[in-house]
Design a protein around this ligand. Structure first.
Ligand SMILES: Cc1cc2nc3c(=O)[nH]c(=O)nc-3n(C[C@H](O)[C@H](O)[C@H](O)COP(=O)(O)OP(=O)(O)OC[C@H]3O[C@@H](n4cnc5c(N)ncnc54)[C@H](O)[C@@H]3O)c2cc1C
Length: 752
């Protein structure tokens, strides 16, 4: 075709096809608020983009090296982190002192725990995201209150904001002080009237001039705010504050409403009310309200100075990814590892009906969830953190791990409580899960409350950012040059149509052939899972387009539907991470039950999310057709089988390399005065005595029943040569440890 016929085809197409579609798109596309736009533009697209593509390039994922610790980072974890863990007595902290002990605070400050993200040139530790995560994880298995205290200054707050946007003067002043612990930071965004909808904060500042600090007519602002729930607030020396800035007297320019702005305020500034505290479910990390009424401060206190006025929201969302992907996911995996090791051991030690409770099928189900979910969550943590360490800013994925790892923690902790029965309920120094149980709702609520994160953020942001064409189409619509706008739209739109047709064909074909013809490299059984995930990815991409086409802008309000799409994307991500983790570990055979369990769980959940979406899609004829394309032979995936659950549970209650790898990173004290130390010791003793105990109880079937207890039974068994003297010692040791471990704490009647 020559140039003139090409251009006439194009103009014909634009006049009759793509032009009208473009107009229609423009009219139905909802207007995005500035805060939504900035949130969408934050971060970048990574593996989420591949999952949206319908054809993920598994090799790309496989080729990524897993994150690792430097020698210095490993030494920090083996040294100061272990030291601080040994210093922490969580019961005393949460029940008597309501604060970390003074020596712990000092140790944390002196050893740079609050400066993991601060560069070395300012005196910080400048740790990798992986080291940061391992530190939080380990401390959380000892004391959640201490872990939260450590994680907050290293997450989204003054330290991070200063590094990214601070003026040189601000960086040189504050960062060395933060690194040494001379300043304790907090960051205040949440107001009583603006929680999840943080962009709607009512806190405001008015640009004005006033004498300040001996200087005349200083250009500044009068700030009025009322914040709550601010972590470290009661002990903070610098307050990071978000407010809306107004310039009614036009001291700065034409604009009156300047937008959300962030400032750093020394907390001893007159007019700052700070110091009172909330009590977040008995986790006693410092958290409280703060306020100020018409407090004057110079414009120099704005983070980044005047150049950053009005950029506060963008700054916050740009910095959110790292903290959201590290802090709570690490804490959640910590809970999983604690449960897998501690509750696994307890299930083997505690006997009822003459059997370890972990051998009952009912308890096995709960143990399988603990093991399988912990493996999946750890895999997702490590894969995400690996991406951060390579410089990615995967904002959608950070929301996925925040939501799914905290929810996984909730399931694991609930199962742990059930397995322990009364021993989980009675609080005291012996109880390892009670405070973790109380921590669950906190992790669910902070850094984006979970309901909102699931139903609004993950898919809402993902569909636009990670979809191969939607963002391009939206960008084209927003382009001010009409000709270029239509050209760009057309290009994206044609690509989009081809994409949909391909996904229809691939979903149907792979559905009919049980994904057997998906071309992926790799060994069984991993290859088979990659094939299934590719099929689900194609179905997910197709359903995304169907939902967008049939609902348009209304999908934003249909949170039950977008939540299900977000779930499908999330389970694709979690399964990808599980398979990568297994491969990165060298495909050890003994880990296979964990991999099978976690991947089947994800496939089943992803399938059910799609099915739920099809059942509830308002456009029924389209839903029926889509259902035929995606599930032509019905639903294919089942939840992990009972046998698989049995194998996973067995890993938790039997010593093995798989158990050690699953629980790596957990703090285990090397004494038997502490509950976790007792569990380790008791577990070993019970395992060693297992054979002797079996001999004793089998042999005693022929003996007289005894009401005098174990010692009498041992005596009878020794007399009848059922057990040896060595067996008797092992049985006595195990019984002593078991009797100690099953005790719970009691207190004086007046609880003093
Ligand atoms: C212990 C703790 C520490 C904190 N630390 C800090 C801190 O250091 N700095 C700071 O600024 N803030 C902090 N926060 C505040 C935290 O970020 C907020 O609690 C959180 O944003 C939720 O706001 P909210 O509690 O007002 O709940 P609300 O916004 O009232 O939400 C209530 C429920 O409605 C749901 N919801 C709201 N909107 C939607 C929607 N559109 N779609 C679906 N569901 C929706 C939410 O998911 C939630 O389940 C902390 C909170 C706690 C509890």
């Amino acid at each position: 075709m020559n140039d003139s016929s090409t251009s006439s085809t194009k103009s014909w197409r634009q006049r009759w096809i793509t032009g009208p579609i473009f107009k229609l798109f423009k009219s139905v596309t909802p207007r995005m608020s500035q805060t939504e736009k900035e949130a969408l533009e934050a971060g970048n697209v990574w593996w989420d983009g591949e999952l949206f593509s319908g054809r993920p390039k598994w090799r790309r994922l496989r080729d990524l090296a897993p994150p690792h610790l430097s020698t210095e980072e490993q030494a920090f974890i083996d040294g100061p982190v272990n030291t601080v863990c040994a210093m922490l007595d969580d019961w005393k902290i949460t029940n008597e002192d309501y604060d970390l002990p003074t020596d712990v605070w000092q140790y944390l400050k002196d050893n740079g725990f609050f400066s993991m993200i601060i560069p070395k040139k300012y005196g910080g530790l400048e740790f990798s995201a992986f080291a940061h995560s391992e530190v939080v994880l380990k401390i959380s298995t000892r004391s959640v209150s201490a872990a939260v205290t450590v994680m907050v200054p290293n997450s989204l707050g003054p330290g991070k904001l200063l590094q990214e946007y601070g003026t040189e003067e601000q960086k040189n002043h504050y960062l060395p002080r933060l690194a040494k612990g001379l300043d304790i930071p907090c960051f205040a965004l949440t107001s009583p009237h603006a929680g999840s909808d943080a962009g709607a904060i009512p806190d405001y500042a008015i640009v004005c001039k006033q004498d300040f600090d001996g200087e005349k007519d200083v250009l500044g602002m009068r700030v009025t705010w009322n914040k709550r729930y601010i972590t470290l607030g009661p002990v903070a020396t610098i307050l990071g504050l978000a407010f809306k800035l107004y310039d009614p007297e036009h001291l700065l320019g034409e604009e009156e409403n300047l937008g959300i702005t962030l400032a750093l305020i020394p907390t001893d500034t007159p007019g700052v009310n700070i110091g009172r505290r909330h009590m977040p479910l008995n986790l006693v990390f410092m958290n409280g309200p703060n306020s100020g009424d018409d407090v004057f401060m110079p414009l120099d206190w704005i983070i980044g100075g005047q150049a950053r006025i009005g950029q506060g929201w963008r700054m916050l969302v740009e910095c959110l990814t790292d903290g959201r992907a590290i802090s709570l996911p690490s804490l959640s995996v910590g809970a999983g590892k604690l449960a897998a090791r501690g509750i696994g051991a307890y299930s083997r030690i505690r006997t009822q009906f003459k059997l370890p409770i972990g051998k009952f099928e009912g308890v096995e189900e709960a143990l399988a969830r603990i093991g399988g979910l912990t493996y999946m969550m750890d895999a997702a943590r490590i894969m995400t953190i690996g991406a951060l360490d390579r410089g990615e800013k995967p904002s959608v994925i950070s929301a996925i791990v925040k939501y799914h790892l905290t929810e996984g923690m909730r399931k694991i902790v609930n199962d742990s409580m059930d397995i322990q029965g009364g021993a989980g309920i009675c609080l005291g120094p012996r109880n390892i899960m009670g405070r973790v149980y109380q921590a669950v709702p906190i992790s669910i609520t902070v850094e984006g409350a979970n309901i909102l994160t699931r139903t609004m953020i993950i898919f809402g942001q993902g569909a636009i950012r990670s979809h191969p064409f939607v963002f391009k189409e939206l960008e084209a619509i927003g382009n001010d040059d009409p000709e270029q706008s239509l050209d760009n739209f057309e290009r994206a739109f044609i690509g989009h149509v081809k994409f949909i047709i391909t996904n229809v064909a691939r979903s149907l074909f792979h559905g009919l052939t049980a994904s057997l013809f998906v071309m992926v490299l790799g060994k069984k059984p991993i290859r088979r899972y990659h094939q299934h995930l590719t099929r689900i990815s194609a179905a997910f991409a197709l359903m995304t387009d169907i939902a967008l086409m049939t609902l348009g802008g209304a999908l934003k309000r249909k949170e039950k539907l977008s939540g299900r799409l977000g779930d499908t994307l999330s389970y694709l991500y979690l399964a990808s991470a599980t398979l990568k983790h297994f491969e990165d570990n060298g495909c050890p055979k003994e880990e296979l039950p964990l991999v099978h369990w976690a991947t089947r769980y994800c496939l089943y959940k992803a399938q059910n999310s799609l099915h739920g979406l099809l059942q509830n899609l308002p456009n029924r004829p389209v839903a029926w057709i889509a259902r035929f394309i995606i599930f032509p032979l019905g639903r294919h995936f089942s939840p992990p089988s009972d046998m698989l659950g049995h194998q996973v549970a067995n890993i938790l209650i039997t010593p093995s390399e798989a158990r050690d790898r699953l629980t790596k990173g957990l703090y285990v004290p090397d004494n038997t005065t502490d509950t976790m130390g007792k569990l380790e010791d008791g577990f070993d003793k019970v395992i060693i005595a297992d054979h002797a105990e079996k001999k004793l109880y089998r042999g005693l079937k022929d003996c007289k029943p005894s009401y005098k207890g174990l010692e009498d039974l041992i005596k009878q068994a020794l007399d009848k040569n059922i057990i040896s003297e060595e067996d008797a010692i092992l049985i006595r040791d195990a019984d002593k440890a078991r009797t100690d471990i099953i005790q719970v704490d009691d207190f004086a009647k007046d609880y003093k």
